[in-house]
Design a protein around this ligand. Structure first.
Ligand code: GUN
Ligand code: ZN
Length: 464
């Protein structure tokens, strides 16, 4: 089915959507459900309520039997699930072309598939088309905010930020830094990387809902000089994020130990270059030890747990319990193209499977919290996104509780909220998504009467 793209626009341009009210089962979190048995006290479940959105923000909720007045545009989604927009804390916008590439572990996969695909983003036209397709795909999977790796090319950063801005999205990204151990045409150097980063920070950081992240790909592809440069820019510019990969794969960890013999651990390479703080997002973190986890807790840096990718690339089983015991933050991430789906529902289901293999039961409450309020808190953005609290920007998703002949009867048998949400998480995917709102505007709507067909909409025509 061909997606329908309507004109794009900037969230800052033109009038905001008028007052809207959506009727559905509202679900968000007021606390952290924690690992272990499902804790309903952390959950706010308001079955059959109206969510009221004014000027792009959540303003109130009313029981279904008390609809708001005629000055509200009312939208019926009775019997559906309404959630805050999902947050994907680690995904590569330039890797859609390599998703589902066969038969390799991390380092081989990078060389055989990933670097050749990223090379093509030096072409501005290709970068633009792929960036537009990528953000539309995020929205069509229910992700309204993301922390994103483009490529080393400044053009790929401009394309990505531009596409996100036109849709009004909360997006964190930055030029990938790689000055060694990468193909010639994907390598920068310290001076060029610094000046490109400065230019891009000035152009994008703090514009609408965009924020810049210093983005050393991983310790293997940056010299100590480049890591130090990244640390210096983090010091110089308030509110910058940092994103990278850490301790994903055993061969990778061994390589880093050789490249940085003076460091206590892989994570310590980043720590000693001043890259860890409460705005640092590190993907994977499978092969960490307790001292590393304590550093994460002390600095406020988070691990973007990427279970789909970890299973697909055979990287290992993330120890979420040890992170929780250390008091370190964990969010959830698709890590496409190492991950095989942009769906954060599938990501949650994979997280459950990974924890099951470790003997830990991940509740649907904890998984969904990690993809909404938990991620927002870890990113220092909970004043803006992650819940349905009045005052939050209205990034909202509406889902069918169940789709199809297997999930639907299973849904009707669920005896309590957790059982129902768990079945939704394990059996659902992007086909359950009905509509996605960003800052109160419709940015994706499934074709009516249909489950699974995609229709992406953004701009004035779709805003009502
Ligand atoms: N480590 C360094 N680069 C990458 C990447 O693109 N994907 C994953 N999964 N790990 C990485
Ligand atoms: Zn990654």
């Amino acid at each position: 089915m061909r997606p329908t793209i309507v004109h794009a626009m900037s969230v800052s341009a033109g009038p905001q959507t008028t007052r809207r009210a959506l009727r559905a089962d509202l679900l968000d979190f007021v606390g952290d459900p924690g690992l272990g048995a499902p804790d309903p006290t952390a959950v706010r479940h308001r079955p059959d309520h109206w969510l009221l959105i004014d000027d792009g923000r959540v303003v109130d909720a009313l029981p279904g039997a008390q609809p708001p007045g005629d000055d509200w545009a009312r939208e019926e989604h009775r019997g559906r699930l309404l959630l805050p927009g999902l947050i994907d804390t680690h995904v590569h916008s330039v890797q859609l072309d390599v998703i589902a590439s066969y038969g390799a572990e991390l380092l081989d996969w990078l060389e055989r598939y990933t670097f050749p695909a990223e090379r093509r983003h030096g072409d501005a036209e290709h970068a633009q088309a792929q960036a537009e397709a990528f953000v539309d795909a995020l929205l069509a999977h229910g992700s309204t905010a993301a922390v994103v790796f483009p490529s080393v090319h400044a053009t790929s950063v401009d394309a990505l930020f531009g596409a996100a801005r036109r849709r009004g999205m909360r997006l964190i990204a930055g030029k990938v830094l790689m000055d060694r151990h990468a193909p010639d045409d994907l390598r920068d150097d310290v001076a060029r990387a610094r000046s490109d980063s400065e230019t891009l920070i000035a152009r994008w950081h703090g514009v609408d809902r965009l924020a810049y992240a210093m983005t050393p790909r991983f310790a293997a592809t940056s010299t100590p000089g480049q890591l130090a440069m990244a640390g210096a820019l983090l010091q110089r510019h308030a509110g910058l994020y940092m994103q990278t990969h850490v301790a994903e794969n055993r061969a990778e960890v061994a390589w880093i130990a050789k490249l940085f013999p003076e460091a206590r651990s892989y994570l310590d390479v980043y720590h000693r270059h001043g890259l860890l703080n409460e705005r640092a997002v590190l993907a994977h973190g499978i092969w960490l030890d307790d001292a590393d986890r304590q550093v994460l807790a002390d600095t406020g840096a988070q691990i973007a747990h990427s279970p789909s990718s970890n299973l697909f690339l055979g990287s290992g089983l993330f120890d979420w319990q040890a992170m929780a015991d250390a008091g370190a933050e964990v969010s959830l991430a698709s890590d496409v193209g190492g991950g095989t789906s942009l769906s954060m529902i599938r990501t949650m289901a994979d997280a459950y499977r990974v924890q099951a293999l470790r003997g830990v039961r991940l509740s649907a409450f904890k998984a969904l919290h990690a993809a909404t309020r938990g991620a927002a808190q870890a990113l220092q953005l909970d004043h803006e996104v992650g819940s349905l609290e009045p005052g939050r920007i209205a990034d909202v998703t509406v889902w069918d509780w169940a789709v199809g002949n297997v999930a639907t009867p299973r849904d009707t048998l669920a005896r309590d909220l957790h059982e129902r949400l768990f079945a939704w998480m394990m059996l659902g995917d992007e086909r359950n998504l009905v509509t996605t709102l960003v800052a109160g505007r419709t940015q994706y709507r499934r074709r009516s009467g249909d489950s699974g067909a995609s229709e992406t909409q953004h701009g004035f025509a779709a805003a009502a």
